[in-house]
Design a protein around this ligand. Structure first.
Ligand code: GLA
Length: 393
């Protein structure tokens, strides 16, 4: 009896000890999980955004970091619907033009926040020739083709895959553009990955492959107003563009083919200059663009990703720097905004209340043999990266 009692007693003690060890282990695990969550300084959240008139479901992803930066990206057009960045007082506010509902995005608008493809900017008369064959694109900006056509990548549903690790949050979007879609040859598989980091930068990585020779020129068409006051024009923003040359255009905004030195012209932004300083100057190029709407020939084209341009708004203290490996950047001062499109909280977007810095190849490259090539062959990978980095000063 005694022996049996002792055995039971001993067994109970052992079990208790084991249970307590296990509990401690679990606590440790829980503790570790909590610490990981705390260290996990970025977050991604997915929500339903709505349904297009064609019945397609659209999601919106919110990427947040620990420094007060937040970006919303939807699967329709890969559009940045909102971008919030701290000002010099540490207050995070909206800096990108946008609407507050999906329906408005599906109606005609000048590419607010959208991914642009298959070909950013204009192709003269929508025509180009590849290997002796002439292709005709839809004319959606008389007499030219603009930004991939009326049903370009900005109006397509992209599939999304989210990834989070350490202090980085990524959203990888995919779209397969069919052979002859919008008139372009080849099935083109496109990935665009947005990555938000804790240094308040947003990377945009573009990748593409094709099964037939085609042309590609992808970009992002966000309109920024760093003051966050969308009732005010962006004329008080200070712009810098690291470019000695400009791609001059004719009246229909198609490049003339020459590259023009910016020295002593309103297009010299090698040192920071207010947008408004010379925008009304008597200048043929400003007349053709109705303001700034030009591609600059970026310096150091052999250097890979490097500083390309910046914008600074003194009232908020926000500085945005753009880094890219692309040869050109289109600085567009929002000249066509005409007060017809609704702001998020009432009112309308008036002329020049937002600007774009679109990293890209030069417009109409397929028809200009001296411009860097935009041809993509099946044995090549298209890969290019642009970073928008925000800070205050
Ligand atoms: C680009 C073009 C502009 C204009 C806008 C959209 O930036 O360069 O001319 O078409 O897109 O309105």
């Amino acid at each position: 009896m005694n022996v049996l009692k002792r055995c039971i007693y001993g067994f109970s003690i052992l079990s208790l000890a084991l249970i307590s060890v296990q509990c401690k282990g679990n606590q440790k695990e829980e503790k570790q999980e909590n610490t990981t969550q705390k260290m996990d300084s970025v977050s991604i959240e997915k929500k339903e955004y709505g349904t297009t008139p064609a019945g397609q479901k659209v999601d919106v992803y919110t990427l947040k970091n620990q420094k007060g930066m937040e970006v919303n990206i939807m699967t329709y057009g890969g559009i940045i619907t909102s971008l919030k960045v701290p000002n010099k007082a540490g207050v995070s506010e909206e800096v990108a033009i946008g609407f507050n509902n999906l329906e408005q995005y599906t109606k005609p608008n000048p590419y607010f926040g959208a991914l642009i493809g298959r070909f950013g900017n204009r192709i003269a008369n929508g025509k180009f020739t590849l290997d002796g064959k002439e292709y005709q694109l839809a004319i959606n900006n008389r007499p030219n083709a603009l930004h991939g056509g009326p049903e370009g990548f900005h109006r397509r549903i992209w599939t999304a895959e989210e990834a989070k690790g350490g202090d980085v949050a990524s959203l990888k979007l995919k779209y397969v553009s069919k052979d002859m879609e919008e008139g372009y040859p080849g099935n083109l598989t496109v990935f665009v990955t947005y990555t938000l980091k804790n240094d308040n930068s947003l990377d945009v990585l573009y990748e593409a492959t094709t099964d037939k020779k085609t042309i590609v020129n992808l970009t992002q068409h966000c309109y920024f107003n760093l003051s966050s006051d969308f009732t005010k024009p962006i004329l008080n923003h200070e712009i810098t563009i690291d470019a000695d040359k400009l791609v001059p255009v004719a009246a229909t905004l198609i490049p003339t083919g020459e590259l023009k030195d910016v020295t002593n012209t309103p297009f010299d932004f090698r040192k920071p200059k207010l947008v408004g300083k010379e925008i009304e100057a008597k200048d043929e190029q400003l007349k053709n663009g109705l303001g700034y709407d030009h591609c600059w020939v970026l310096n150091n084209q052999d250097k890979g990703e490097r500083f390309a341009a910046s914008a600074y708004d003194a009232t908020s203290g926000r500085l945005m720097e753009v880094y890219t490996d692309q040869p050109g950047i289109q600085f567009y001062s929002g000249n066509f905004l005409d007060g017809t499109l609704p702001m998020r909280n009432g009112g309308t977007y008036a002329r020049r209340t937002g600007f774009c810095l679109e990293t890209q190849h030069y417009p109409d490259s397929p028809n200009k043999k001296d411009f860097p090539t935009t041809v993509l062959s099946p044995e090549e990978n298209y890969k290019t990266k642009t970073t928008f980095k925000f800070s205050v000063k």
